[in-house]
Design a binder for this molecule. Structure first.
Ligand SMILES: NC(=O)c1ccc[n+]([C@@H]2O[C@H](COP(=O)([O-])OP(=O)(O)OC[C@H]3O[C@@H](n4cnc5c(N)ncnc54)[C@H](OP(=O)(O)O)[C@@H]3O)[C@@H](O)[C@H]2O)c1
Length: 290
């Protein structure tokens, strides 16, 4: 007798982490149910359900695992009241929960607070239901040409043939590839040691902000030039750029952060589910929207 494949329910499946996760689930033999607010093309291995956290379509009473790859606060709120049973729940949060908690920007502190509350709510709901939640917190995500940092930098640099950074942009970063995050979600789902824990998921290499940007520009063709300007000059340029509708959301907090080390420890994730992210080797396709 053959047993039917395990069912995974995936939220945020159309996102930059969700898409490679779908691919990995299919290869691993899962039957996938994926939720989207948009109409999506059905495939043999993935059944798309149309809906949102506010308007949830009919779901099975039981699945083997739920993956949350969309906004953590909406997911945590849904899970608190959900009727569906799932022994494993894997949800993506963000290292912004650490980074933005003491920001000078009130909106950023609010983001950190919402992420923190969502994590606490998830763990409390899971404990009450006798289920096991794992929260995964990526650092700066890249790889699918859909991220708001490196792809945006590449796009601006392509358009202008150059890119500018303040000379203070030397804080260390650990960009993480979307497919390493998808692999981590699947590995965590299978790892008992990850039950009830949250993990920071940095990329496999730590490098200065300016070096990270230089590598991105270096993989473009032709490679735009990077100019590093004294901070007051950079700030003055930002004023001019804003008058032309560029860099409107480049806040003082974001500029200050370029000089800060945002470095996280991959060891707990490596120990508990073999997390092994790749070094940062950018290629143009990673920053080119298809
Ligand atoms: N991007 C980063 O640099 C980064 C860094 C750290 C952590 N993360 C976290 O990693 C997770 C996945 O990131 P991502 O960039 O892949 O996510 P994303 O693209 O922002 O969102 C993933 C999907 O979630 C759905 N979604 C978005 N907003 C929604 C809403 N208000 N209600 C219901 N569904 C919504 C959308 O799917 P449909 O339109 O198909 O419904 C979207 O394609 C998120 O939890 C994010 O916070 C991201």
């Amino acid at each position: 007798m053959t047993s039917s494949p395990p069912i995974a329910l995936v939220f945020g499946a159309s996102g930059q982490i969700g898409m490679p996760l779908l691919q990995r689930l299919r290869v691993a033999g899962w039957q996938v149910l994926a939720l989207s607010r948009q109409r999506q093309a059905q495939t043999e291995d993935v059944r798309w359900l149309r809906g949102s956290f506010d308007q949830m379509p009919a779901l099975p009473a039981q699945v083997a695992a739920v993956f949350g790859c969309g906004p953590l606060d909406h997911f945590a709120q849904w899970y608190a009241d959900a009727r569906l049973c799932s022994p494993r729940v894997i949800a993506f949060g963000s290292t912004s929960v650490h980074v933005k908690q003491a920001s000078v920007d009130a909106a950023e502190r609010d983001v950190a607070q919402r992420l923190r509350q969502a994590e606490l709510q998830l763990f409390a709901s899971a404990a009450a239901r006798g289920e096991a939640v794992t929260v995964l917190r990526p650092t700066l995500v890249y790889g699918a040409a859909r991220d708001a940092t490196l792809t945006r930098i590449a796009s601006l640099a392509r358009r202008h043939g150059r890119f500018v950074l303040p000379a203070t942009a030397v804080g260390r970063r650990q960009p993480v590839h979307v497919d390493d995050l998808a692999a981590a979600a699947l590995a965590a789902a299978a790892a008992r040691a990850s039950h009830g824990h949250g993990y920071d998921l940095p990329g496999g290499e730590t490098l200065a902000y300016c070096e990270m940007v230089q590598r991105v520009l270096g993989c473009l063709s032709p490679p735009p030039r990077l100019h590093r300007l004294p901070l007051p000059v950079f700030r003055a340029l930002r004023v001019l750029a804003r008058m032309r509708g560029i860099a409107g959301d480049l806040s003082d907090a974001a500029i200050a952060r370029m000089g800060e080390d945002l470095v996280f420890d991959a060891e707990p994730a490596r120990r508990d589910f073999g997390y092994s992210p790749r070094p940062f080797v950018p290629q143009a396709a990673m920053f080119t929207a298809r």
